[in-house]
Design a protein around this ligand. Sequence first.
Ligand code: COS
Length: 378
Amino acid sequence: MISFELTDEQKAMQAMVRKFVKNEIIPAAEEYDRKSEMPWPIIEKAFEIGLWNFNLPAKYGGLELDHVTEAILVEEIAYGCLGISGAWDGNSLSLTPILLAGTEEQKDRWLPQFGQKPLLGAFCLTEPSAGSDAAGMLTRAEKDGDDYILNGTKCFITHGGIAAMYTVFAKTDRSKGTRGISAFLVPGDAPGLSMGKVEDKLGDRASHIAEVIFENVRVPARDLLGKEGEGFKIAMQTLDHTRMSIGAAAVGVARRALEESIEYAKTRVQFGKPIAQHQAISFMLADMATKVEAARALVWKAAAELDAGNVGSKLGAMCKLFAGDIAMEVAIDAVQIHGGYGYMKDYPVEKLMRDAKILQIYEGTQQIQRMVIAGNIL
Ligand code: COS
């Protein structure tokens, strides 16, 4: 049986997050976007009321959400502000490798701190010369007694330089390609780890994105995640889990653009009637609404499959591809419906359009998603 009916618990959590978004995120989003600042007070408040740590296991103080519930809540947060929702996504991305590949000892040592304080994690895969070709990374981890010494630069890292824990991918054997990459857990205060350039972005400006530089960072062997050489697979499996939630965030952005457009079109009068009564506009709104529903259905299907244990690359990539594209399209149409006002900062749709663009780029470009999907179906 297929059901799109939310459970009572999901409805209650959705209502709680909606209230939080309405009271805390929407009123502050414009300022965080303008100043390009990390939304610390919002994160602290979310932690206080138990809305932080979506995927942290309950035994460490997290919500341990199933993926469908995660999709529902991420949509709500991104409805308020995509950049602010990046704080949640950045944490999920950095915690997923340890949840997938960490030993119980590693989990017990690293994860409780996230339940005790509103801390950030960072996932360090991308490098200046290794974006889509993640395996082309230059960061190396060389064995030195019982330790590894990490050297290299990671870029475009969410929470880079301000995280308490870094999941770092580095080459332990350059001759082995993807099988020569290993994953490490590194504390934020590790000597030799520093923040490089902080990015000044087109959109998604409330999320902190920076370079992370590793200069002779010493990592004990007990913080190797999985076995030596398993890092690339851990990174790919992580993305198989997290791309669904980027799709959910995209649905949130698209839904906000749609709702702003409906409100505007009902009140903006041209040629003697609200523009919503002109077919040119009402058909645009009909297409936008259809796209939002279709994207959400795909995201929920991908989330349900993850919850059922059917983890693969295809559906997550499809979610990210389809929902990311429709968010961009719907946001562009929202600006068009608002006309000249839509281009001005007085209305939220110009921010939605700037924000939406990143959904087609991060966690793998749309072109990479197509490669992943094609690889799965052929
Ligand atoms: N799960 C498990 N293993 C996987 C996997 C997955 N989802 N995807 C690939 N692998 C394995 C392959 O099976 C292969 O294993 P073997 O060595 O045993 O044969 C190995 O990893 C290498 O796979 P592949 O040859 O496909 O690797 P490529 O270098 O061609 O890269 C893509 C594949 C393009 C998919 C990968 O580099 C990628 O996802 N790039 C985008 C990275 C990204 O999203 N960056 C955003 C930053 S993170 S916010």
